[in-house]
Design a protein around this ligand. Structure first.
Ligand SMILES: C=C1C[C@]23C[C@@]1(O)CC[C@H]2[C@@]12CC[C@H](O)[C@@](C)(C(=O)O1)[C@H]2[C@@H]3C(=O)O
Ligand SMILES: O=C(O)CCC(=O)C(=O)O
Ligand SMILES: [Fe+2]
Length: 321
């Protein structure tokens, strides 16, 4: 059972007034089985830093098995869930996100990706799902490299394939938040606005709405949920690797008044020692917009920041501003 009680919502400070919500019907859809996918991916990353993937090859039974295991986990009594340990860096958390005081109407589980899980809770469902999603993420990154005309085509995907890859997996559960209506139509924040620090994030959710992305003009649009597809976010690291040609997408989750949302996200990170810098073949004589740094340095700084902070700001070259 979820631990959020009625009085808790009154103390809960994360409300925003953001109605009416605009839908995002023009969301780019990339069919991975089609040759034009490379052009569509580049256009989507340049325009939105976000797109939806169909014909992804992740077996539907892997998805539904993990979804039902996750739903079972989140329905356990709190002391059972807390046996997963606090989310510092891996474990179960609720309401509190990160170490800098952010809160959301969410409970979650943060998990390692680079070692076979012997989880009693999830059995083989976790490994099956993560392996299939990692394979699909590599395919997306290879098609992206083709679209960018950078070689070798595994220049990005090899960072995920590396044994030391610092990827993270996250299960988020947003219980229904029925108290929303009386509060003057305000929305309760499930997960506050932020960009993801990694290369790309691969998100799958059940059919409950809530995810919003920010467009280049600063407006927020709601992403219609689609449980049969995956959504890809451009992260800060890919912004740097493309020297700002792609921008990491600002996104957030608002709670739903009647349905719970369950999302599973694979955050594709490089090894800690990896230098995050623009890909040389993308730099036609231009200067890097960013200082040199490793993923370890970026992650350390990111994990000390607030969710909504512009984390890349500290790594921009002043001369290039
Ligand atoms: C407030 C925070 C939570 C976060 C670490 C941070 O200090 C800033 C980035 C946040 C984020 C967003 C994407 C992923 O959900 C996440 C696991 C990550 O890598 O960066 C979270 C971090 C977290 O929840 O610990
Ligand atoms: O749960 C979601 O749908 C998105 C959450 C998110 O953006 C994150 O965990 O970084
Ligand atoms: Fe995110």
């Amino acid at each position: 059972m979820m631990v959020f009680s009625e009085p808790a919502i009154e103390q809960f400070s994360s409300f925003i007034n953001c109605r009416p919500t605009t839908l995002f019907p023009q969301i780019p859809i990339v069919d991975l089985s089609k040759p034009e996918s490379k052009h569509l991916i580049i256009k989507a990353c340049e325009e939105f830093g976000f797109f939806k993937v169909i014909n992804h090859g992740v077996p539907v039974e892997f998805i539904s098995k993990l979804e039902s295991e996750a739903a079972r986990f989140f329905s356990l009594p709190l002391p059972e869930k807390e046996k997963a340990g606090p989310p510092k860096p891996f474990g179960y958390g609720n309401k509190s996100i990160g170490q800098s005081g952010d809160v959301g109407w969410v409970e979650y589980l943060l998990l390692k990706t680079n070692q076979e899980s012997d989880s009693q809770t999830f059995g083989s469902a976790l490994n099956d799902y993560m392996s299939a999603v990692k394979k699909m993420a590599c395919e997306v990154l290879e098609i992206m490299a083709d679209g960018l005309k950078v070689q070798p085509r595994n220049v990005l995907s090899k960072l995920l394939m590396d044994e030391q890859s610092d990827s993270v997996f996250r299960l988020n559960h947003y219980p229904p938040c029925p108290q929303v209506q009386p509060l003057n139509g305000s929305d309760v924040i499930g997960f506050g606005e932020h960009t993801d620090p990694q290369i790309i994030s691969v998100l799958r959710s059940n059919n409950t709405s809530g995810l919003q992305i920010s467009l280049r003009d600063g407006s927020w649009v709601s992403v219609p949920p689609d449980q049969n597809s995956f959504f890809i976010n451009v992260g800060d690291s890919l912004q740097v690797m493309t020297n700002g040609r792609f921008k990491s997408v600002k996104h957030r989750v608002l709670t739903n008044s009647s349905k719970s949302r369950l999302s599973m996200i694979y955050f594709c990170g490089p090894p800690l020692s990896e230098k995050i810098a623009p890909l040389p073949s993308l730099m036609r004589g231009e200067e890097s917009l960013y200082k040199e740094f490793t993923w370890f340095e970026y992650k350390k700084s990111a994990f000390n920041s607030k969710l909504a902070d512009n984390r890349l700001m500290h790594f921009q070259r002043i001369e290039a501003l």
